[in-house]
Design a binder for this molecule. Structure first.
Ligand SMILES: [Zn+2]
Ligand SMILES: [Zn+2]
Length: 558
């Protein structure tokens, strides 16, 4: 009989979520079987204009399609489930997760019209067998979305513990405390490898309990009895919504919801019983004029200052159903994600301009992070006590700091691997090492197209957004080679019409002269003529304006 335990290593393949915070996706491979943990997206950075989403490259999984037994989800945040509709189109395998996670996935699949996917709800402490080698147990953890799990994956070589995104909250809103007892049992039986999140590794101490946020809300409601109250928060933070609803109820205020994702998630979470909301308390956003300020709370999206969100539009005076004014108190119950600060402060400035009172400092304890700080991370390390460790869910600096923390707690550097996207880590019962890397990277989603936007398209978009566009249409008589017309159109290039007209006239002159030097009758390939047009115009624009617009020459033959 073959003894695969001696001959095979377990492979951990990172397709996203290391060296970045976003698009988490990890594959665990043993012989002819693979299971996948999470399948997320990242929101594009400013250097990817016009791109809606970024998802992991799954070339490696498609090449090993027959091995894949299923996808296991830790929780329902976008950076863990957002890529599923796109990836399930090519890789239709069963999906496992909590009730809330899969309800969110189901809504996404419907929106993208992906059909025939098996979604299997697993309760906490529940486990599923995937193929002959993998058994996955789901362990409840605290996080900023309900239904979050850590995973204990039993393999032929030992147990892998994956923390998912977690914090340790002893006073959670739904009463379901992180299952430290089970985590400790798993640890005491022996864990071969731990993957643990690193988001807040730079923060000392422990994260704030979600319950403390509720206490702050109660305080703010008391101080603002006669005013209308707005609260902006992440729609998916159902426990935060629950606390707002509870304090509103105490103060006999009605609640209205603004923003599409807020309305959708409230509907979904109420339907599956995750959110307790008395229907009589809800007032439609169209009817809030009938409710006195002191009897109303408006819960809205836009805590990150997102341009199209309800709060941003309200602050800009572009939301026709709500006018903000002197009797309004706006609570922004979130901290800006790095990179969003400018947008958030713009919204705050605009709210102040309309006379509103804005509460946004972290000092007010109006937000609690969903991620473990150093002391919580240490607790998990000491309970699990793994033989090997890979820090995940962090930029390189977070992973590095997390490795240093593990070493302070007694691990050796030879027991820890820092992975990159594309890393394949090979683990045996006695060793861990980086193997050959696999094809990896990111796929860009532009509207409905996945991966069809190449780097040249992006270069053009960036170019366009910065320096504008020039189209030069040149009419050539194909019989005698004469130029019978030059038409130039520009967009986003010059500030005023006069400036623009002036440079267009000059451009026509330059082209006339340049083209008169070419025997257009004898030209076999218009490519060289187009290059001349580009070169001449580029020189002119740089000389006159120091700018470099995108130039598109079009030759019309007749
Ligand atoms: Zn999360
Ligand atoms: Zn995450």
């Amino acid at each position: 009989m073959r003894n695969y335990i001696n001959e095979s290593a377990l492979k951990v393949v990172f397709l996203g979520g290391v060296g970045e915070i976003g698009k988490n996706m990890t594959a665990f491979e043993y012989e002819d079987e693979i299971i996948i943990v999470d399948c997320g997206t990242t929101f594009p950075s400013a250097d990817l204009p016009g791109i809606d989403l970024v998802i992991p490259d799954i070339t490696y999984l498609l090449a090993n399609k027959d091995k894949v037994k299923g996808i296991v989800l830790t929780h329902g945040h976008e950076d863990h489930i957002g890529g599923l509709p796109y990836i399930l189109k090519d890789l239709n395998v069963p999906v496992y997760g909590s009730k809330l996670t899969l309800s969110l996935v189901d809504a996404k699949l419907r929106e993208q019209k992906v059909e025939g996917v098996a979604l299997n709800v697993v309760k906490s402490k529940g486990s599923v067998e995937l193929g002959k080698y993998f058994k996955v147990e789901f362990v409840r953890v605290s996080h900023s979305i309900a239904g979050s799990y850590a995973l204990a994956i039993t393999t032929p070589l030992g147990v892998i513990f994956h923390t998912g995104d977690f914090k340790v909250d002893f006073t959670p809103i739904d009463g379901n405390v992180i299952d430290l007892k089970r985590i400790s049992e798993i640890g005491s039986k022996g864990v071969l490898l731990m993957l643990a999140e690193s988001t807040n590794i730079e923060r000392a101490g422990s994260s704030l309990s979600e319950a403390r946020v509720g206490e702050s809300f109660a305080h703010i409601f008391n101080e603002n009895q006669d005013r209308r109250i707005f609260i902006a928060t992440f729609a998916s933070n159902i426990h935060r919504l629950q606390q707002i609803i509870d304090v509103a109820k105490k103060h006999k205020r009605k609640v209205a919801f603004a923003g599409r994702s807020m309305v959708n998630i409230v509907e979904l979470a109420t339907r599956i019983g995750e959110l307790k909301l008395d229907k009589n308390m809800v007032v439609d956003i169209d009817l809030i004029k009938n409710v006195e300020d002191k009897n109303l709370v408006i819960i809205t999206t836009g805590s990150q200052g997102e341009p199209m969100s309800a709060l941003t539009r309200i602050a800009n005076g572009e939301f026709d159903k709500i006018q903000i004014g002197y009797n309004d108190t706006v609570i922004i119950s979130a901290t800006p994600i790095p990179g969003n600060e400018r947008m958030v402060y713009n919204v705050i400035n605009n709210l102040y301009r309309h006379g509103a009172k804005v509460i946004y400092e972290s000092l007010n304890e109006i937000h609690a992070s969903g991620h473990a700080c150093q002391e919580e991370v240490k607790l998990i390390h000491s309970l699990i006590c793994p033989k090997f460790f890979i820090p995940v869910h962090g930029e390189r600096r977070h992973l590095q700091k997390h490795a240093e923390l593990a070493m302070k707690m007694g691990m050796l550097s030879s027991q820890i691997i820092l992975a990159d996207i594309g890393s394949k880590v090979e683990v045996t019962k006695t060793s861990i090492r980086l193997g050959e890397s696999v094809p990896s990277g990111c796929l860009l989603v532009d509207g409905l197209g996945v991966g069809d936007v190449g780097s040249s398209v992006l270069r053009d978009r960036k170019h366009l957004s910065e320096d504008g566009l020039f189209v030069a249409v040149i009419g050539v008589n194909s019989l005698n080679g004469e130029v019978f017309g030059i038409d130039i159109t520009s967009r986003g290039f010059m500030y005023t019409k006069e400036e623009s007209e002036k440079i267009v006239e000059e451009a026509k002159e330059v082209l006339k002269i340049a083209l008169s030097k070419i025997d257009l009758k004898a030209v076999g390939d218009w490519g060289s003529v187009k290059n001349t047009v580009r070169k001449e115009l580029k020189n002119l624009f740089i000389k006159r304006t120091k700018r470099d617009p995108l130039i598109i020459p079009v030759i019309l033959e007749n």
